[in-house]
Design a protein around this ligand. Structure first.
Ligand SMILES: Nc1ncnc2c1ncn2[C@@H]1O[C@H](COP(=O)(O)OP(=O)(O)O)[C@@H](O)[C@H]1O
Ligand SMILES: [Mg+2]
Length: 245
């Protein structure tokens, strides 16, 4: 059974069809790449999966359960984590606090105004562990707004991990970061992919072909190719789109 299954998703914005009958079936443990030109519908697809947008038609299943049209926080609780193409950190919280808030939100009785960030030891331990996993342990007391762009992206990944997702959606995590930081983020993604299912939207076709088990190519709201990196790099239509040949 696929851990994430997208069936014939269509999304219209007024007269514009951003997605048309998109199907995607991701197996547990897979690192799936999604590529496609700007405006292809990649982010819209993530927004439909995460519940940030309701589809015009079609279904989304997570771990076999129909999650179509549920609000984002419910889909998150069912095991989906995501990051956004435009970075979204809490500027006024530290690295540690940002992650702590995420972990705490998963608990049965999450909100207790009389409990400090420090007092709940299993939450604190997990927050420290996540700081370490994403390479921000030394910077755990920095305000999120003081971090470099690459570190903010790593923090966003940690925040997405804080709810212990079964499937993690990453929307262009290396966009706009320095080449050195991009390399670090890619290493992190590879490391995480050994332990969980990841769907990665990535601008760099080279990166996707190098890392991913399977690649899906979107163009003008449709899946135009899907297969192993070798198959995708040999695909004539993909070559035409990317190389103009
Ligand atoms: N909220 C929205 N309202 C109207 N049009 C949108 C909205 N979000 C995306 N679109 C349009 O849908 C198409 C796909 O966009 P998007 O999913 O962001 O593409 P990608 O992430 O592949 O670059 C584009 O034409 C975009 O302008
Ligand atoms: Mg996008």
């Amino acid at each position: 059974m696929a851990i994430l299954e997208v069936r014939e998703i269509t999304k219209n914005f007024g007269g514009l069809t951003a997605l048309k009958d998109v199907c995607l079936s991701v197996q547990e443990g897979e690192l799936r790449g999604i590529i496609g030109p700007n405006g292809a519908g990649k982010t819209t697809l993530f927004n439909v999966i995460s519940g940030d947008l309701k589809p015009t038609g079609g279904k989304v299943y997570l771990q076999g359960e129909d999650i179509t049209g549920l609000p984002p926080h419910k889909i998150c609780k069912k095991g989906l984590g995501r990051t956004f193409q435009l970075t979204m950190v809490f500027p006024e919280l530290t690295v540690y606090e940002s992650i702590w808030v995420g972990i705490n939100s998963r608990k049965e009785k999450p909100w207790d105004p009389f409990r400090s960030f420090e007092k709940d030891s299993d939450v604190s331990e997990r927050a420290e562990e996540l700081c370490r996993i994403v390479g921000l342990y030394e910077k755990r007391d920095e305000l999120a707004s003081n971090l470099s762009y690459g570190d903010q992206k790593a923090l966003e990944i940690a925040m997405a991990l804080s709810t212990d997702p079964a499937v993690l959606l990453l929307d262009e995590p290396t966009q706009g970061v320095s080449p050195k930081e991009a390399e670090g983020l890619i290493e992190l993604i590879v490391e995480l992919s050994k332990r969980m299912t990841i769907v990665l939207i990535e601008h760099s076709v080279d990166v996707v072909l190098r890392l991913c088990h399977k690649v899906t190519v979107l163009n003008e709201g449709r899946v135009i190719a899907e297969g192993s990196p070798e198959e995708i790099s040999r695909n004539k239509e993909v070559q035409r789109i990317y190389l103009g040949t």
